[in-house]
Write a protein that binds this ligand. Structure first.
Ligand SMILES: [Zn+2]
Length: 283
């Protein structure tokens, strides 16, 4: 069990949630929240299970969010972008289709997922292994993205410092991760309504080792050399199942997205009630 905060090295903390015996704690010194579960540094469990390889779902569900990202960030006619933890390669593929002037590369620890990206998605520009061994030249990239990656990494300092070195001056590192205060609220509500189930999903205590807020994401950005950390709100990942539940789910997510975005804009970007954090770190 780990009880030391990786952001400030303090071992003083208090438990904010217990998920099936695993404590999730908040650092008394800096406020960072983390799971006490000890996960290996280069965990690739997610892609071990073939059942998550649902091509149609990935493609449809992520179309709007990727489109929103491309419209906001890939405004230049050409550039170089790296997707770290690219999974089955759908984001890399989308950029190739939408922005042929951009050179996109993906790195993914899971060899199985990369094989899939190459064989089924027809991608040549995705590579297996850890990105630190990629040999990508320093200051050669305009954008680096990590979609749902940062929360899985126990100690991400060295990775972020490495990625910082790959960016051109003024380049951006984009991180998508759950917005912890909202996730905690949802988890507490779930327990209140249905009780704690052994197979239930709350805060993913074994998978999401670090739980970020805008404040602690800002701390991490500063500690790894980035001069600016801002947030944006992108369209949600759609619920796609073909059933009525899928349509209702999508409608709910859309409504929630517009509501949180409106509150965020009206509060001059100080109140972020979206369940996802979209952090934009600038070099
Ligand atoms: Zn701390």
């Amino acid at each position: 069990m780990n009880r030391t905060c990786y952001l400030c090295a303090s071992d003083q903390n208090s438990t904010v949630f217990v998920e099936n015996g695993i404590d999730i704690v908040r650092c008394s010194n800096c406020g960072h929240v983390f799971s006490t579960y000890e996960q290996e540094e280069h965990y690739e469990g997610y892609w071990d299970d073939d059942s998550s390889y649902d091509l149609g779902w990935w493609d449809l569900a992520h179309r709007e969010i990727y489109e929103d990202f491309i419209g906001k960030f890939l405004t230049a006619s050409s550039g170089r972008i790296l997707d770290v933890g690219c999974g089955l390669g759908f984001f890399v593929k989308r950029i190739g289709e939408r922005k042929p002037g951009w050179e996109a590369i993906g790195y993914e620890i899971s060899e199985k997922a990369v094989r899939f990206a190459k064989e089924k998605n027809g991608l040549k520009n995705v590579f297996p292994g850890i990105v630190q061994k990629s040999g990508i030249p320093r200051e050669s990239l305009d954008i680096i993205t990590l979609w749902d990656v940062i929360e899985h990494i126990p100690k991400p300092h060295s990775l972020l410092e490495y990625l910082h070195s790959l960016l051109k001056p003024g380049g951006i590192l984009f991180l998508q991760t759950p917005n912890f205060p909202i996730q905690l609220f949802k988890a507490n509500l779930k327990v209140l309504l249905k009780g704690m189930k052994p197979d239930g999903h709350y805060l993913e205590a074994k998978d999401h080792i670090n739980d970020y807020t805008e404040k602690t994401m800002g701390l991490l950005a500063g500690q790894t050399g980035f001069k600016d950390c801002r947030f944006t709100i992108l369209k949600p990942i759609a619920s796609v199942s073909g059933s009525g539940g899928g349509k209702l789910g999508t409608l709910f997510k859309k409504t929630y997205y517009y509501a949180t975005k409106t509150i965020w804009l009206l509060s001059f970007k100080t109140v972020n009630l979206n369940n996802t954090l979209f952090a934009v770190l600038k070099k």
